[in-house]
Design a protein around this ligand. Structure first.
Ligand code: ADP
Ligand code: MG
Length: 727
């Protein structure tokens, strides 16, 4: 039936009949080539370049900004400092100059105040044929300065007489397009033309939210919002339209996440930790080396509540480097043991796992708890013993690397899995661990606590981990001396070296880190090796001992060098970012970061977290070249002004946008069409609140007033949303 309908469409559009509006859902899923003014070639481009396959996709292809159409600049007023400007003038000449790769089309636009040069490097033939000499145009673009002269590269051109015909409001939508689209006439204005064509045939866009939500937040009706976001009638309506659409986008995303959570809690019972017993209490009273911070106490309460509920715990624990997550993990594991369960703690590297093993065994000294360490380098014979002891329940706590998730590791009665520095694990490893924790075979699922030292802004956490419960340790243990961070340029290196020598004299150890970024890995390695040679020269043996660690080394050699530094046998560790994760060398007090402008903010913060773990004052020195770009400067300045990981994460989000934040790439949840995590935090919060309230009152969305929401969310969850997102 559907195929026949499509064929029918095909005939209709071929013969110029437009009957699309007859079937609403089919309207939105109509292939884009059937829109007047598109055709097969442009359709191919729209699909490839903009992901627009259907009418619905086009409708959801939102503008990224708006210009005030009533505002025109005189050519004399235009400078390179201005953002996009609109100019009205006559196209008085148009010529192709240069050859082959330097070939370009140069035009001249004139108004009563002067003339402006226009340049195109692509789509020359098409433009040359379609632009009309000596006609008046309204052009839109950004002016650049080249050899003291202004010109406007790739302006968007609209015949003034065409523009004057339209009685739209003063606000005009601006769309992102690509060079290829532009060369086919689909620049921003071309896109707007398509939108107008579409809107002329637009059937009523059905509502998807309940009246209660719409009235409660005084949302603009959906149909009106889709019209106004492309063709705003007024500024006020535009604001309401974007709010409505952003809210809707966040709302369904949150609803999806929360529904997953509901499903999970209904489906999986969790191992229930009914009581807090002697292990926990004895440790708390006799062994705990320091009083817990308020934040640590709060988080432990949250974990106890989760694990005592009989529902599986799925909790993310965020806490800055050094905030004391390890002891929280340990206390949680002790509760498991109190209830007759085993516990495991997984770390991303061997060094980290070994350190956890040592710290935890040390803290548990004198208690009747059996701790074992399992990593890639555990001997076969030892491994066999561990496997047996796990199965007969003699081992209470197993600590290790991802060797823990291998199939032959079987617990007698695992109650909780703690995963440290989770952002370091690949998606697949994580998935295996989840499945291990839910292997159940009808039993209750293992509780999961995931810990990360990469603070992410609230909006991002809600979006990435909206289906988990999130705890935050937002307080450092008392008495820490904040790390002093300073910015130095290459020319200060001598002074920096002098400072390092003093620190070494006082018995401190030092990290010097070089960037290693994939695309230029070879060059980076050369830099690292040159740097290492220079450092060995400036810090000669036998007075100084220098270690080197980088990603291209064999794991064994890396481990060996690391251990030498950990044991204090070397003064300086020259390294790439391999040292980023969790290593604890309390005696290390200086972190020098070379070419710091090439690191991202979260990476800089992570690196800095390697120092400041002991009693002495610690320092972070960021060395950069002279003359930094705006964003690099902002990053360095942020690092020097705060040690607060959450503040840093917030700046990172503002500077880079959500998609570029470390560890977020795989998440489809960030694929937002109109809302923006960096800017729309309050809308997101509102959407999450409303989504929670909706599910609280009606967990399965069965009530009549939620029927539309139910329908929409089912479509989303079936993954069918490419088909007419709007319908
Ligand atoms: P992270 O959150 O980075 O994993 P750790 O758990 O390694 O932090 O803790 C960092 C250091 O702080 C450790 O040496 C630990 O013993 C210490 N520490 C943790 N909690 C407290 C506390 N409440 N008071 C004092 N020191 C603490
Ligand atoms: Mg840690």
């Amino acid at each position: 039936m559907e195929e026949r309908l499509l064929f029918f469409y095909f005939l209709c559009s071929k013969s110029g009949l437009l009957l699309h509006a007859m079937y609403h859902t089919d309207f939105f899923s109509s292939p884009i080539e059937y829109l007047k003014g598109v055709g097969p070639q442009r359709a191919e481009l729209l699909k490839k370049e903009a992901g627009i396959f259907t009418f619905g996709d086009l409708l959801s292809y939102f503008p990224f900004r708006y210009v005030d159409r009533t505002k025109f600049y005189k050519i004399r007023e235009v400078t390179a400092d201005l953002p996009y400007v609109q100019v009205r003038g006559k196209l008085v000449s148009i010529v192709v100059v240069g050859e082959k790769r330097s070939k370009r089309l140069v035009g001249k636009l004139q108004d009563e105040s002067g003339a402006l040069e226009l340049v195109w490097f692509a789509g020359i033939k098409w433009l040359k044929d379609s632009l009309q000499l000596n006609k008046e145009y309204i052009i839109f673009g950004r002016v650049t300065e080249y050899k003291g002269r202004y010109n406007m590269p790739h302006p968007e051109m609209e015949l003034a007489e065409e523009a004057d015909k339209q009685v739209a409001s003063s606000l005009q939508a601006v769309y992102n397009t690509s060079e290829k689209l532009k060369s086919r006439g689909l620049d921003s204005r071309g896109m707007l033309r398509l939108q107008k064509t579409l809107q002329q045939q637009l059937p009523h866009i059905p509502e998807v939210l309940s009246n209660e939500i719409i009235d409660g937040l005084r949302l603009m009706p959906r149909h009106e919002a889709y019209v106004n976001v492309h063709l705003p009638e007024s500024n006020e309506k535009l604001q309401k339209a974007t709010f409505r659409l952003k809210f809707e986008e966040f709302f369904f995303l949150q609803l999806k996440l929360l529904i997953n959570k509901v499903i999970r809690t209904e489906k999986f019972n969790g191992k229930k930790f009914e009581k807090v017993g002697t292990y926990f209490n004895q440790f708390y009273k006799e062994k705990l080396p320091f009083p817990l911070t308020e934040a640590q106490k709060r988080v432990i309460r949250e974990i106890r509540n989760d694990c005592g509920s009989g529902k599986q715990m799925n909790r993310l624990l965020q806490g800055d480097v050094g905030s004391g997550k390890t002891v929280v993990a340990l206390l949680s594991m002790l509760i498991a043991i109190d209830n007759g369960y085993q516990a495991c703690l997984m770390a991303p590297t061997e060094i980290l796992a070994t350190q956890h093993g040592e710290t935890i065994s040390e803290m548990l000294k004198g208690m009747d708890v059996n701790v074992a360490l399992l990593t890639g380098s555990t001997k076969k014979s030892q491994r066999k013993i561990i496997h047996d002891e796990l199965q007969n329940g003699n081992i209470n706590i197993l600590i290790g690397t991802h060797a823990l998730i291998e199939d032959n590791v079987q617990f007698k009665n695992l109650g909780i899995s703690v995963i440290d520095e989770q952002h370091r694990f690949g998606v697949q490893q994580r998935a295996r661990l989840w499945s291990k924790s839910q292997e159940g075979r009808g039993e209750a699922a293992v509780n999961v606590l995931v810990m990360t030292a990469t603070p992410i802004p609230r909006t991002l956490a809600m979006t990435l981990y909206g289906d988990l419960d999130v705890s935050v340790i937002d307080e450092l243990p008392p008495g820490r001396k904040p790390i002093k961070t300073e910015h130095r340029t290459d020319s200060h290196r001598l002074a920096v070296w002098g400072f390092l020598k003093n620190q070494i004299k006082e018995g401190r150890q030092i990290y010097i880190v070089y960037p290693l970024i994939e695309e230029s890995a070879k060059l980076d390695l050369k830099n690292l090796e040159a740097g290492y040679a220079a450092i060995c020269h400036d810090f000669p043996m036998p007075e100084y001992k220098v270690s080197i660690v980088h990603g291209k080394m064999k794991a064994k050699d890396k481990e060996f060098e690391m251990q030498r530094f950990v044991r204090g046998e070397t003064n300086i560790m020259v390294a790439t970012t391999v040292i980023e994760v969790g290593v604890n060398v309390p005696n290390a007090s200086v972190m020098v970061i070379e070419s710091a402008e090439r690191f991202g903010l979260s990476q800089l913060h992570q690196l800095r977290g390697r120092v400041g773990r002991g009693a002495s004052q610690s320092y972070c020195i960021l060395i950069t070249k002279d003359g930094l770009g705006k964003d690099s400067y902002q990053r360095i300045k942020t690092m020097c002004s705060t040690n607060d990981g959450f503040k840093i994460a917030e700046v990172d989000l503002q500077l880079r946008g959500a998609g570029d934040i470390e560890g977020t790439q795989q998440s489809g949840n960030l694929d937002l069409k109109i809302a923006n995590l960096a800017r729309d935090g309050s809308i997101l919060q509102a959407a999450r609140d409303v989504a929670m309230k909706t599910l609280d009152e009606d967990p399965h969305l069965q009530k009549t007033e939620n029927l539309m929401i139910n329908k929409k969310v089912s479509t989303i969850m079936r993954g069918e949303f490419q088909w007419g997102r709007v319908g």
